[in-house]
Ligand binder design. Structure first.
Ligand code: HAM
Length: 425
């Protein structure tokens, strides 16, 4: 036998059996997006490397060490997208979506990051994201957070999701805060781990995000960004918190929340859960008012979020969301050469009436065919053997209830099946 080829580390197959819940979660996502007036945008998986370097930032973990980058046959540096906000902005600028217009957009699909795989962290993962362009006030920030909250309620996981929120202020106030922070950490240099010493030079705000328990004390006593906010940023943040209270959304202000991508300004937030272990963020986002300009567009404010679907589906599995059965309605067993010839046309008639039908293929004994029907969780079996075929009849068997089987005319199959399915609902 030839040597088996394994999937790539950190990249999962989604198999029948688990995909059904994904599909239902994705359907809720589409419904909620439409409820809020967001429109889908589909973006390429591959972009020029420069796009991510410029937007996410050269000194971030993503750009420094997590991107799948290669040179194509034309010697251009290409990158599999690690996130889609940058692509969304690129597409908006390229197609003038923001020109004298505002846009509410959403996207869903795979992202790629070369991270160390562990529970809830993959190298290919999926995100659903929304981005709103053209609004600078706290009302749109509140709306974006509310989209997530509505989704949690529809998926019955609101009790598992906690909102943490912070403001990074304007680039000016962040710069003066950054100076204070650098002085503070330099004075405590001996208490920093190697990673933080490196970050002190490249991205000192990220030290606040450190998970190293030995550094918690020095991090906890560091200056707080909120104290450096301009009056305008402070007012924006306070009004946002007011909107959240009006919407009945609980939040916790987390002054250490800085996010790992450089494009943020002002509001940042994360929805975290205690159900997943270390990888506890199911959704994260915020404002990025300078990004459209940074990528060659006009000055257009923006805000959005992205959620990790692997993590979301995992939490949904723990909640009370009742997935609808994905099984077909009917399993059609045709026995004997003559009857088998009719199988396709009976199946066709049922499907034309929207009855999901699996036609048994490959022949074999009735007992085996019925075992298949049971294994696939179908509700009804229809059996046409030689004697039924000769008489123009079919046997209909309810596989989910203790009921006597019925014999009906072939022409009555659809009506009978429909009645049985309706009685079930
Ligand atoms: P992010 O925090 O890098 O933000 O990712 C958002 C979410 O994607 C995370 O909260 C997590 O649920 C999921 N995620 C990230 N990396 C992985 C991974 N390796 N495996 C599984 N799930 C993962 C962004 O991507 C921004 N573009 C969000 C945004 C949109 N901000 C404004 N608009």
């Amino acid at each position: 036998m030839a040597v088996k080829i394994q999937s790539v580390r950190g990249m999962k197959d989604l198999l029948p059996g688990e995909i059904e819940l994904w599909q239902q979660v994705e359907q809720e996502i589409r419904d909620v997006s439409a409820l809020y007036g967001y429109r889908e945008i589909r973006l390429p998986l591959l972009e020029r490397t420069e796009l991510f370097k410029r937007s996410i930032g050269e000194a971030t973990d993503i750009v420094e060490k997590e991107m799948y980058t290669f040179f194509d046959n034309n010697d251009e540096s290409m990158t599999l997208r690690p996130e889609a906000t940058a692509s969304c902005v690129r597409a908006g600028v390229e197609h003038s979506l923001f020109h004298n217009a505002r846009a509410r957009l959403w996207y869903m699909g795979p992202m790629f990051r070369y991270e160390r795989p562990q529970k809830g962290r993959y190298r290919q993962f999926h995100q659903y994201g929304i981005e709103a362009f053209g609004w600078s006030g706290p009302d749109i920030d509140a709306e974006i957070i509310d989209v997530g909250h509505t989704l949690w309620k529809r998926l019955k996981i609101d009790r598992f999701a906690k909102l943490e929120i912070n403001s990074l202020g304007t680039p000016d106030s962040r710069a003066s805060y950054r100076q204070q922070l650098v002085s503070y950490f330099e004075a405590h240099h001996g208490e920093l781990d190697e990673d933080s010493k490196r970050r002190l030079k490249t991205n000192p705000l990220r030290i606040l995000d450190s998970k190293n328990t030995e550094m918690q004390e020095v991090v906890q006593s560091a200056p707080v960004l909120m104290d450096y906010l301009s009056d305008e940023s402070r007012d924006h943040f306070d009004r946002l918190l007011g909107h959240l209270r009006d919407l009945g959304i609980d939040y916790e202000v987390n002054n250490r929340l800085v996010r790992g991508l450089d494009y943020y300004s002002g509001t940042v937030f994360e929805w975290v859960t205690d159900q997943l272990g270390a990888q506890n963020a199911i959704c994260a986002g915020g404002r990025y008012d300078g990004l459209v300009e940074l990528l060659g567009g006009r000055e257009v404010p923006g805000a959005g979020f992205a959620m990790g679907l692997e993590r979301l589906v995992e939490v949904v599995r723990l909640g009370d969301f009742q997935p609808e059965s994905a099984a077909a309605d009917v399993y059609l067993c045709m026995l004997g050469d003559e009857a088998q010839k009719m199988g396709h046309s009976i199946a066709q008639t049922l499907r034309e009436s929207n009855v999901a039908t699996i036609l048994h293929c490959g022949g074999g004994k009735l007992a085996r065919q019925l075992r298949n029907a049971d294994r696939l969780n179908t509700a009804i079996a229809i059996i046409v053997g030689q004697s039924e075929w000769e008489a123009g009849n079919a046997v209909i068997k309810n596989l989910r209830a203790d009921e006597l089987q019925k014999v009906v005319r072939v022409s009555e199959i659809v009506v009978t099946v429909k009645q049985m399915l309706e009685a079930r609902n």
